[in-house]
Design a protein around this ligand. Structure first.
Ligand SMILES: [Zn+2]
Length: 285
């Protein structure tokens, strides 16, 4: 077996060193902070997210209304519950895909806009759901007004530089505005058990692979105060009547590790969720 060593500087903790690959040569991981990244270079985001990504090539069909509405409703309920002390009335969603979360937020009385790197997805959201979605890079977007909340669900693992992304969100937020993130959790029970068969690895599209510790560290060092961070198992987003791809493997892995049928877990679920508020009074060191 060939051991491929690579010199690195960790994007999250700034640690430097040499690290060999894991998971059949696809992954490298910082031994200091557990942050991991895809070992091979990926094309720019502008080239990756064409129509095929959103209709099955990337993950699943982002335009199927029923599962997307179900998922969006769960995310909105979580956001509203977590921000109940000061609920957002304006919101930007980065990577809004088919526009279903924007639609759900609007339905709840929130003035919501999307920013989407894929022209095809942005057009779909505008034409089919009638929601305002701007086609472009979130990192260089300048909204006409700051907003109360920036949301990015399964986006941070795709972007070219997560620090730049979080700085852009900081710039768009009102003082003490909310940041809501969801990313795959590479420290989940299922990821540990299934290895390269864990369906959320997606090495063709995911540049970055977060754990609860590395995500917390990144967010707190880019100008935010974390309010909550937990995980949900994949089944949290399965509709009772939905198509259950990978269901058996994930259920067995979750049960073996967590030993319970709960859908939430502090650290072991597949999806890592975090809500933070814009830190005021200078950048934390
Ligand atoms: Zn690190």
């Amino acid at each position: 077996m060939t051991i491929q060593l690579e010199k690195y500087t960790c994007l999250v903790c700034g640690g430097a060193g040499e690290e060999h690959t894991r998971l059949d040569g696809n992954l490298r991981r910082c031994p200091s902070c557990t942050f991991a990244w895809t070992a091979h270079p990926l094309p720019p985001t502008t080239e990756l997210y064409d129509e095929s990504y959103f209709t099955g090539d990337g993950y699943e069909d982002y335009y199927l209304p029923r599962p997307r509405r179900y998922e969006s409703a769960r995310r909105l309920r979580w956001l509203q519950h977590t921000t109940r002390t000061h609920q957002p009335t304006t919101l930007i969603e980065a990577g809004s895909a088919g526009g279903y979360f924007i639609k759900a937020a609007q339905h709840a009385g929130i003035t919501a806009h999307g920013i989407e790197i894929s022209a095809h997805a942005a057009r779909h959201a505008r034409d089919h759901l009638g929601v305002p979605v701007h086609h472009g890079h979130f990192e260089t977007f300048t909204p006409p007004h700051r907003v109360d909340a920036v949301c990015a669900f399964h986006v941070l693992e795709h972007v070219e530089n997560p620090r730049q992304f979080l700085h852009a969100a900081h710039r768009m937020l009102n003082p003490r505005g909310w940041l809501a993130l969801e990313v795959p959790n590479i420290a989940s029970a299922a990821a540990t058990r299934l290895g390269t068969n864990w369906p959320h690895l997606q090495f063709r599209y995911h540049r970055w692979h977060f754990t609860p510790d590395s995500l917390l560290r990144l967010v707190t060092t880019t100008g935010y105060d974390v309010v909550t961070c937990d995980t949900v198992f994949s089944r949290f987003y399965w509709r009772p009547w939905g198509r259950l791809r990978h269901a058996r493997d994930l259920l067995v892995a979750d049960w073996a590790a967590a030993g319970s049928p709960l859908v939430r877990h502090p650290r072991l679920g597949d999806a890592l969720r975090l809500v933070a508020r814009r830190h005021e009074g200078g950048w934390p060191t």
